[in-house]
Design a protein around this ligand. Structure first.
Ligand SMILES: [Cu+2]
Length: 198
């Protein structure tokens, strides 16, 4: 049973403010429009830019997850995210005060461990500054569940699959997240999509 209900109408702030949100879905305003490719010489720096150390997306920046307070809803968006090993995820505090904290016993208020055995836990601690960010790089393949310290009991949880699912089954104790295979299949699952699925 879902404890969170997505409130339609108040949701415009959720996705619009973020560029590069969760890869795949190409935002229309990313500057690609209006570029006259005919006049651009072949072999520009685009290929050089692609040769990164693997910690950035094709867009050249980290993959972003928004942390949002919206009425009585507190959520991560996207709530389900697939990343390749070596990808840096950047959490952005869009509204309210939140943390991004791995379910790893002894980390924050985590009481269970729901990240791969060899993986590094992370804990942003509570970010109160609007626009404040925290980054973590995912190296070990598997399924990672995480939560927000102040809103854990209100179901503010999310999941990241790095490389391929593994190690974690079902939902975390404090809320619902998308199934690992759905995350792999879809790449990114927004909170609105997920909350609307029920
Ligand atoms: Cu929160």
């Amino acid at each position: 049973m879902k404890r969170r209900t997505f409130v339609k109408g108040g949701g415009t702030v959720a996705v619009g403010g973020l560029t590069g949100l969760a890869g795949c879905n190409a935002p229309s305003g990313d500057g690609a429009e209006g570029t006259t490719t005919e006049t651009t010489p072949a072999g520009t720096t685009a290929e050089d830019a692609a040769e990164t150390d693997g910690t950035t997306t094709e867009d050249g920046g980290p993959v972003q997850v928004a942390m949002i307070s919206e009425g009585t809803n507190y959520y991560f968006d996207p709530i389900g995210l697939f990343v390749e090993p070596g990808t840096t995820v950047e959490w952005v505090n869009q509204s309210g005060s939140h943390s991004a904290t791995a379910y790893a016993e002894g980390t924050g208020s985590a009481e269970v461990t729901r990240i791969p055995d060899d993986a590094e836990p992370w804990n942003s601690e509570i970010i109160t500054e609007q626009g404040g960010t925290f980054s973590h790089t995912f190296e070990v393949e598997g399924t990672y569940d995480y939560f927000c310290i102040p809103h854990k009991t209100l179901g503010m949880v999310a999941r990241i699959v790095c490389g391929q699912p593994g190690g974690v089954e079902g939902n975390p104790p404090d809320g619902e997240v998308p199934a690992p295979q759905d995350i792999v299949d879809r790449g990114s699952i927004s909170y609105e999509e997920f909350a609307g699925d029920g």
